[in-house]
Write a protein that binds this ligand. Structure first.
Ligand SMILES: [Zn+2]
Length: 348
């Protein structure tokens, strides 16, 4: 009975003639990685899960906070109260939507050192990241491995979308040759963001992905689309082939972000913008959560999941250790304070 009902699941999508049975098979055979489970990533993940993609890899380093709920689909108040990992919370929700999709949550800070192994089996990557450096890294990866990614970004009520196919360029770095200084970039933390705008941009990203995966690649956009939903403006930007001539990445094949040789190296510690939290890197990967949790029992309430162990020091301050060796200290924006909390409870 169940299989009869579920065989109907993709009927409306298959009925749409450009997709059809063949397109649906293409979607089902695909593995898609989503870099970032925030406003864009959760919406793309839901659309692709409902569309019947074969495998989804959800990659995110953060935990759910109350300020996420205004726009980030898939999360609820319980996730925010408990501070669940975004990748895990999203995948639990998605598994209830479509049990046929293999969903792998990956709680990880993507760096030049782990991006190649993390994305190795992905046919397509969704850029749902909230930082510029990750895009440069993804761009290098895409060009080196000839794999497509769907760029998306949204701040305020304005966003843009484009699929970079990884086949020689023009590429993202043709558009933005160098990462802008952090202070020059509006982010959701400084300029705010409207939930309807992020849903619209994510929806456009998912559409580009579905065209590609269903074999309708001639229908992918040939111009970068930029939409200002508040001021009712739509612009399209051409990417002429000659941009490649001056591009370090697609022109000269120098992948300095991927090789970790770019001057703007990713910092090992960072104040997490707008979060009143600091991230530090410990030298220990694969931390023994059980041992740590035992040691912390006397110091405060301890929370332990498959992905992290967390000590609540008081109402504001907490220390969270992740499997990849990161520590996030909330309740402070001072690196020195964060470091001293980490040293006190974990060791330097
Ligand atoms: Zn380029």
């Amino acid at each position: 009975m169940k299989s009869n009902q579920s065989s109907n699941r993709y009927a409306r999508q298959i009925q749409f003639s450009p997709i059809g049975e063949n397109g649906q098979a293409g979607i089902r055979q695909s593995t898609v990685a989503i870099l970032g489970c925030g406003a864009l990533g959760t919406v793309v993940a839901e659309i692709l899960t409902r569309a019947g993609v074969g495998e989804l890899r959800l990659i995110d380093r953060d935990v759910v906070e109350w300020s996420n709920l205004q726009r980030q689909a898939l999360f609820d108040e319980n996730n925010a109260t408990e501070g669940h990992s975004k990748a895990e919370a999203a995948s639990l929700h998605l598994a209830r939507i479509n049990s046929e999709v293999r969903i792998e949550p990956i709680v990880l800070d993507i760096t030049s050192e782990n991006i190649e192994r993390t994305l190795s089996s992905s046919d397509l990557v969704i850029d749902a990241a909230d930082n510029f450096l990750l895009r440069f890294l993804l761009n290098d990866w895409s060009l080196k491995h000839h794999r497509p990614w769907v760029h998306g970004g949204c701040v305020g009520a304005t966003g843009q979308v484009y699929l970079f196919d990884g086949n020689g360029g023009p590429c993202f770095r043709c558009l933005v040759p160098e990462p802008p200084p952090a202070a020059a970039v509006d982010t959701c933390d400084t300029a705010g963001v409207v939930g309807s705008a992020t849903h619209a941009i994510a929806s456009l990203q998912a559409t580009e992905a579905i065209k590609w995966l269903s074999g309708n690649r001639e229908m992918n956009r040939t111009k970068l689309l930029s939409i200002d939903l508040w001021n009712n403006r739509i612009r399209e930007l051409s990417l002429p082939p000659q941009l490649r001539d001056h591009c370090v990445a697609c022109g000269k094949h120098q992948y300095d972000f991927l090789e970790g040789t770019h001057a703007v190296a990713s910092e090992s510690s960072a104040v997490l913008c707008g979060r009143d939290a600091v991230q530090l890197q410990t030298n220990e990967e694969g931390v023994d959560f059980v041992r740590i949790a035992e040691r912390w029992q006397a110091a405060g309430r301890v929370q332990q999941t498959r992905f992290f162990v967390r000590l609540h020091l008081n109402d504001e301050q907490s220390l969270t250790l992740f499997k990849d060796g990161r520590a996030v200290i909330t309740g402070t924006d001072q690196i020195a304070t964060a470091r001293s909390i980490l040293n006190r409870y974990f060791g330097g």
